[in-house]
Design a protein around this ligand. Structure first.
Ligand SMILES: Nc1ncnc2c1ncn2[C@@H]1O[C@H](COP(=O)(O)OP(=O)(O)OP(=O)(O)O)[C@@H](O)[C@H]1O
Length: 204
Protein backbone atom coordinates (compact mmCIF):
# COMPACT_ATOMS: atom_id res chain seq x y z
CA UNK A 1 0.00 0.00 0.00
CA UNK A 2 1.27 3.45 -0.86
CA UNK A 3 2.50 6.53 0.90
CA UNK A 4 0.17 9.29 -0.27
CA UNK A 5 -0.11 13.02 0.03
CA UNK A 6 -3.66 14.04 -0.86
CA UNK A 7 -4.67 17.61 -1.74
CA UNK A 8 -1.73 18.96 0.23
CA UNK A 9 -1.35 22.65 0.87
CA UNK A 10 1.36 24.40 2.85
CA UNK A 11 2.13 28.00 3.78
CA UNK A 12 4.95 29.16 6.06
CA UNK A 13 3.06 32.44 6.53
CA UNK A 14 -0.71 32.31 6.84
CA UNK A 15 -2.39 32.80 3.46
CA UNK A 16 0.89 32.89 1.54
CA UNK A 17 0.59 29.47 -0.10
CA UNK A 18 3.76 27.74 -1.17
CA UNK A 19 1.57 25.11 -2.83
CA UNK A 20 -1.98 23.82 -2.75
CA UNK A 21 -3.95 20.93 -4.29
CA UNK A 22 -0.83 18.80 -4.44
CA UNK A 23 -1.03 15.05 -4.79
CA UNK A 24 1.76 12.52 -4.65
CA UNK A 25 1.80 8.75 -4.29
CA UNK A 26 4.69 6.34 -3.86
CA UNK A 27 4.03 2.61 -3.94
CA UNK A 28 5.86 -0.02 -1.88
CA UNK A 29 9.12 -0.83 -3.60
CA UNK A 30 8.84 2.16 -5.94
CA UNK A 31 11.74 4.59 -6.42
CA UNK A 32 10.35 7.99 -7.42
CA UNK A 33 12.32 11.12 -8.27
CA UNK A 34 11.18 14.65 -7.45
CA UNK A 35 12.82 17.49 -9.34
CA UNK A 36 11.97 21.14 -9.81
CA UNK A 37 13.38 24.62 -9.54
CA UNK A 38 15.02 25.86 -6.37
CA UNK A 39 12.51 27.13 -3.84
CA UNK A 40 9.45 25.50 -5.39
CA UNK A 41 8.80 23.51 -2.21
CA UNK A 42 10.35 20.06 -2.74
CA UNK A 43 11.94 19.90 0.72
CA UNK A 44 8.75 21.17 2.30
CA UNK A 45 6.80 18.40 0.59
CA UNK A 46 9.37 15.88 1.86
CA UNK A 47 8.91 17.16 5.41
CA UNK A 48 5.12 16.84 5.11
CA UNK A 49 5.41 13.24 3.89
CA UNK A 50 7.76 12.37 6.76
CA UNK A 51 5.59 14.10 9.36
CA UNK A 52 8.21 16.74 10.24
CA UNK A 53 5.65 19.40 9.24
CA UNK A 54 1.88 19.14 9.35
CA UNK A 55 -0.03 20.12 6.19
CA UNK A 56 -2.21 23.21 6.35
CA UNK A 57 -4.55 21.53 3.86
CA UNK A 58 -4.96 17.89 2.92
CA UNK A 59 -3.44 14.86 4.57
CA UNK A 60 -0.67 12.30 4.40
CA UNK A 61 -1.59 8.63 4.59
CA UNK A 62 0.27 5.37 4.74
CA UNK A 63 -1.69 2.28 3.75
CA UNK A 64 -4.81 4.43 3.65
CA UNK A 65 -4.54 5.65 7.27
CA UNK A 66 -2.86 8.48 9.14
CA UNK A 67 0.70 7.71 10.21
CA UNK A 68 0.56 6.75 13.90
CA UNK A 69 2.09 9.33 16.22
CA UNK A 70 4.26 8.38 19.16
CA UNK A 71 5.91 5.42 17.44
CA UNK A 72 9.02 5.32 15.31
CA UNK A 73 7.91 6.79 12.00
CA UNK A 74 7.87 4.26 9.14
CA UNK A 75 8.57 7.22 6.84
CA UNK A 76 12.13 8.40 7.45
CA UNK A 77 13.66 11.61 6.13
CA UNK A 78 17.39 12.01 5.44
CA UNK A 79 18.67 15.49 4.63
CA UNK A 80 21.84 16.82 3.07
CA UNK A 81 23.79 17.79 6.19
CA UNK A 82 24.34 14.86 8.60
CA UNK A 83 25.93 17.03 11.28
CA UNK A 84 22.56 18.76 11.71
CA UNK A 85 20.77 15.45 12.16
CA UNK A 86 22.74 14.11 15.13
CA UNK A 87 23.33 15.17 18.70
CA UNK A 88 26.97 16.37 18.80
CA UNK A 89 27.23 15.30 22.45
CA UNK A 90 26.23 11.69 21.81
CA UNK A 91 28.64 9.00 20.74
CA UNK A 92 27.47 7.47 17.47
CA UNK A 93 26.55 4.11 18.96
CA UNK A 94 23.82 5.91 20.91
CA UNK A 95 22.72 7.84 17.81
CA UNK A 96 22.46 4.68 15.77
CA UNK A 97 20.57 2.91 18.54
CA UNK A 98 17.77 5.47 18.10
CA UNK A 99 16.45 3.29 15.30
CA UNK A 100 16.25 0.26 17.57
CA UNK A 101 18.72 -2.59 17.61
CA UNK A 102 21.67 -2.17 15.29
CA UNK A 103 21.48 -4.53 12.32
CA UNK A 104 24.99 -5.83 11.67
CA UNK A 105 24.17 -6.52 8.00
CA UNK A 106 23.15 -2.90 7.50
CA UNK A 107 26.39 -1.71 9.10
CA UNK A 108 28.34 -3.99 6.78
CA UNK A 109 26.38 -2.78 3.71
CA UNK A 110 27.28 0.81 4.53
CA UNK A 111 30.89 -0.12 5.41
CA UNK A 112 30.43 1.39 8.87
CA UNK A 113 33.33 0.43 11.09
CA UNK A 114 32.47 -0.59 14.63
CA UNK A 115 35.18 1.68 15.99
CA UNK A 116 33.44 4.77 14.54
CA UNK A 117 30.54 4.13 16.90
CA UNK A 118 32.76 4.95 19.88
CA UNK A 119 33.37 8.45 18.48
CA UNK A 120 31.45 11.74 18.55
CA UNK A 121 30.01 13.14 15.27
CA UNK A 122 32.77 15.75 15.02
CA UNK A 123 35.32 12.93 14.88
CA UNK A 124 34.07 11.47 11.57
CA UNK A 125 34.17 12.73 7.99
CA UNK A 126 30.96 14.03 6.40
CA UNK A 127 30.63 10.92 4.26
CA UNK A 128 31.16 8.56 7.20
CA UNK A 129 28.62 10.46 9.29
CA UNK A 130 26.07 10.45 6.46
CA UNK A 131 26.42 6.68 6.13
CA UNK A 132 25.54 6.37 9.82
CA UNK A 133 22.55 8.70 9.38
CA UNK A 134 21.28 6.70 6.41
CA UNK A 135 21.74 3.38 8.26
CA UNK A 136 19.83 4.85 11.22
CA UNK A 137 16.98 5.84 8.90
CA UNK A 138 16.79 2.33 7.47
CA UNK A 139 16.29 0.64 10.85
CA UNK A 140 13.59 -1.95 11.44
CA UNK A 141 10.10 -0.75 10.56
CA UNK A 142 11.06 1.80 7.93
CA UNK A 143 8.79 1.47 4.88
CA UNK A 144 9.65 4.68 3.04
CA UNK A 145 12.76 6.81 2.75
CA UNK A 146 12.55 10.47 1.77
CA UNK A 147 16.07 11.23 0.52
CA UNK A 148 16.31 15.01 0.25
CA UNK A 149 19.63 15.85 -1.46
CA UNK A 150 20.94 12.97 0.64
CA UNK A 151 24.15 12.44 -1.32
CA UNK A 152 24.74 15.94 -2.69
CA UNK A 153 27.70 16.76 -0.41
CA UNK A 154 29.50 13.48 -1.01
CA UNK A 155 32.26 12.59 -3.42
CA UNK A 156 31.30 10.44 -6.39
CA UNK A 157 32.61 7.16 -4.92
CA UNK A 158 30.85 7.59 -1.58
CA UNK A 159 27.68 8.65 -3.41
CA UNK A 160 27.71 5.51 -5.51
CA UNK A 161 28.41 3.29 -2.47
CA UNK A 162 25.59 4.82 -0.44
CA UNK A 163 23.03 4.49 -3.22
CA UNK A 164 24.04 0.91 -3.98
CA UNK A 165 23.41 0.00 -0.34
CA UNK A 166 20.16 1.95 -0.17
CA UNK A 167 18.82 0.33 -3.35
CA UNK A 168 19.76 -3.10 -2.00
CA UNK A 169 17.84 -2.31 1.19
CA UNK A 170 14.79 -1.10 -0.79
CA UNK A 171 14.75 -4.27 -2.86
CA UNK A 172 15.20 -6.53 0.16
CA UNK A 173 12.49 -4.84 2.24
CA UNK A 174 10.23 -3.79 -0.66
CA UNK A 175 10.38 -0.21 0.61
CA UNK A 176 9.69 2.94 -1.37
CA UNK A 177 12.00 5.92 -1.84
CA UNK A 178 11.40 9.53 -2.85
CA UNK A 179 14.64 10.92 -4.28
CA UNK A 180 14.66 14.73 -4.10
CA UNK A 181 17.65 16.01 -6.03
CA UNK A 182 18.97 18.63 -8.38
CA UNK A 183 21.08 15.98 -10.07
CA UNK A 184 18.99 14.84 -13.00
CA UNK A 185 21.53 12.18 -13.91
CA UNK A 186 21.29 10.60 -10.46
CA UNK A 187 17.50 10.74 -10.45
CA UNK A 188 17.24 9.22 -13.92
CA UNK A 189 19.63 6.44 -12.98
CA UNK A 190 17.86 5.47 -9.74
CA UNK A 191 14.19 6.12 -10.35
CA UNK A 192 11.53 4.28 -12.29
CA UNK A 193 9.38 7.43 -12.31
CA UNK A 194 10.33 11.10 -12.07
CA UNK A 195 7.91 13.78 -10.96
CA UNK A 196 8.63 17.18 -12.49
CA UNK A 197 7.14 19.47 -9.88
CA UNK A 198 5.90 22.21 -12.19
CA UNK A 199 4.49 19.89 -14.82
CA UNK A 200 2.85 17.51 -12.41
CA UNK A 201 1.23 19.66 -9.78
CA UNK A 202 -1.61 22.09 -9.75
CA UNK A 203 -0.16 25.02 -7.82
CA UNK A 204 -1.56 28.41 -6.88
N1 LIG B 1 11.02 27.66 7.88
C1 LIG B 1 10.70 28.45 6.83
N2 LIG B 1 10.09 29.64 7.02
C2 LIG B 1 9.73 30.43 6.00
N3 LIG B 1 9.94 30.11 4.70
C3 LIG B 1 10.56 28.95 4.44
C4 LIG B 1 10.96 28.06 5.48
N4 LIG B 1 11.53 26.97 4.91
C5 LIG B 1 11.50 27.18 3.58
N5 LIG B 1 10.91 28.35 3.30
C6 LIG B 1 10.67 28.90 1.97
O1 LIG B 1 9.78 28.04 1.28
C7 LIG B 1 10.14 27.94 -0.09
C8 LIG B 1 10.31 26.47 -0.44
O2 LIG B 1 11.43 25.95 0.26
P1 LIG B 1 11.89 24.45 0.05
O3 LIG B 1 13.13 24.26 0.85
O4 LIG B 1 10.75 23.54 0.30
O5 LIG B 1 12.21 24.47 -1.53
P2 LIG B 1 13.03 23.46 -2.44
O6 LIG B 1 12.24 23.26 -3.69
O7 LIG B 1 13.39 22.23 -1.68
O8 LIG B 1 14.34 24.30 -2.75
P3 LIG B 1 15.84 23.85 -3.08
O9 LIG B 1 15.75 23.09 -4.37
O10 LIG B 1 16.54 25.15 -3.24
O11 LIG B 1 16.33 23.03 -1.92
C9 LIG B 1 11.39 28.78 -0.27
O12 LIG B 1 11.02 30.01 -0.84
C10 LIG B 1 11.93 28.94 1.13
O13 LIG B 1 12.60 30.18 1.29
Amino acid sequence: MPLEGNALGYAYQKGNWLFQHTNISIASGEIVGLVGPSGCGKSTLGKLLAGHLQPVEGHVQLDGAAIPAGERNPVQLVLQHPEQAVNPKWKLRRTLAESGSIDANLLADFAIEDEWLNRYPGELSGGELQRICVARALGAGTRYLIADEMSTMLDAITQTQIWQSVMKWAERTHSGILVISHEHQLVNRLCSRVVEWEKQYVRV
